[in-house]
Ligand binder design. Sequence first.
Ligand code: ADP
Length: 303
Amino acid sequence: SVIVFGSINLDLVATASHLPTSGETLLGKNFFQVPGGKGANQAVALARLGIPTQMVGRVGGKGFGAELLDNLQTAGVQTENIFRDESVSSGVAIIIVDDVGQNQIVVVPGANGEVNQADVERLLPLLPTAKALLLQLEIPLGAVVAAAKAGRNANITVILDPAPAQSDLPAELYPLVDIITPNEVEAGQLVGFKVDSQESATKAAIVFLQRGVKSAIVKLGAKGVVCATAEETFFVPAFPVNVVDTVAAGDAFNGGLAAALYTGMSLHQAVVWGAAAGALAATKPGAQTSLPDKLTFEAFLKD
Ligand code: ADP
């Protein structure tokens, strides 16, 4: 299987004519409840592609816990190792979007913020039969480092999506990571210079290699993907698609990448799969709603 250790969220989205100012009560237009969280998105991306996927993390008691578990199960993700913490709320994002697409977002980590060593213990028995472990940065960093250590000890491929962007990561984390997958903003913050082209992305990838990762994949959106290892550096162009919104394109990329590695493909082919999944996600609105299924994905890769 492939294991995702990370965040599970519910996005509560209200649309309104404009964003409210302090103290203003505004009549909204529409309301949506959309499952998200980078961890859950990546797990759903994998499951939709037909990969046996285990999610390890936490949801809250009251406040959407059951719905979030149910959503993952419906997508085909195994949820036995998600702990339901009755003492806190689930992770939620309260999002207001106005007519011109601007937004205001408050994220409450809730149960995601409680992920700790006990969850890493639940991860351990799953590792011997797993191919890869996917990590992101929406749970406490200590838990991410402990999980990466466990993955490394079990000799499986550890993939870190350093999102949301941070300006610093513990030095000990990099050598535990097989593949790091930042986008332009995340790469830029971590290396300390602007990353916005193939050239600067290649420089950033080399910095990540020097810090101890085995492979660095820098996602440049519509400008393609740069990948560097000790042996090779290569570029994979973005697939030309009609873009609707790129929400969760990065999560789709990581799902496609890990799916290919699970299937035994080369790193180069895995980057192509990642780019294809990311491109397909960009053609549809929303986060988990935009993640491609196996049939769509295979048809897209064929032509
Ligand atoms: P993130 O979603 O993390 O910000 P990107 O925007 O780089 O990351 O998107 C992740 C991947 O999704 C890209 O590397 C690319 O493969 C694909 N993708 C994103 N935007 C587009 C686009 N406009 N056209 C084609 N592919 C895209």
